[in-house]
Design a protein. Structure first.
Lengths: 144, 144
DNA sequence: TTATACTCTACTATATTAATAGAAATTGTA
DNA sequence: TACAATTTCTATTAATATAGTAGAGTATAA
């Protein structure tokens, strides 16, 4: 697993929408507050919309909002969608189907173990959990 | 952490040299047995030599061999050297020095936890351990 | 002396990453 | 109805990383 800028942006955006659940936030507002290039965020949000994480409203008071409650969106879902599989190496995905490479097979168990451990973390934390952590930390100096 | 082809090649090469500890193997032999492009492996071995993982002998019966006993080479050392830090996201390396991005800070603990768990695996397995696993598996159909 | 092997520097092709550009469609409101 | 703010869509681009390839040079055992 490697989190790219795109993934980082997506996670921060979903968190922001979670904190503001119920409201509609414009791309411009999100991009400004999260320090993300507007046009890049635009693309990310369109993808997140197509797959059903967020919804949008056009026009004057338009913007984006979460399609589900933050408690129903797991961190791992966003990571996998934006940055691909959790696995540390590509070829583990098809479960080493037809693996006749003995050296690779020795490492296989390790990559699987790492994948399982990482998944256990990201698949058990929802954006509601993150939102709660956020408010608990009380970053009063910042504007939410 | 993401293991690239280069990293995969390096790991398999060190394992091969561990299994054949005490012998000298040529690039050609290694490349052929491990199915790695010769000139690519050449580069990788030079890097591994410069940093002291392997040593080499030139000339007619030349080749490469481990600079240390397999029990003294940890998996994580090779991974970090070839494919960089274990962290799933780049900016965690400097420990978020001067982090005034509250959204990032929320994720920070997670990336640290994932990093710690992964490190715990790769930093506690030596190539001697891997060699033992290999012989225990008794892949008799293959040529070691 | 020669065959075999490592050494070194440079080059290249492709994919991924991280954007940027601009025109079109929608919608609330004055 | 006009318009301003907003999303939508398609294309393009620049930079970097990845995965090699090429070729000339150096060392060494027999």
């Amino acid at each position: 697993m490697r989190i790219t800028y795109k993934g980082d942006y997506a996670l921060k955006t979903i968190l922001k929408l979670s904190i503001n659940y119920g409201k509609v936030l414009s791309i411009h507002k999100l991009a400004k507050d999260l320090d993300i290039p507007v046009k890049f965020l635009e693309q990310i949000l369109l993808e997140l919309k197509r797959v059903g994480f967020v919804k949008s409203r056009r026009g004057k008071v338009g913007g984006y909002f979460l399609a589900r409650h933050p408690s129903k969106i797991m961190l791992g879902e966003i990571i996998r969608f934006v940055d691909g599989p959790i696995e540390p190496i590509a070829c583990i995905n098809d479960n080493y189907r037809g693996c006749n490479d003995m050296y690779r097979c020795i490492f296989r168990d390790l990559w699987k173990k790492i994948t399982e451990q990482t998944s256990k973390i990201v698949d058990n934390i929802s954006f509601e959990d993150l939102r709660r952590r956020f408010t608990d930390k009380k970053f009063l100096a910042y504007t939410i």
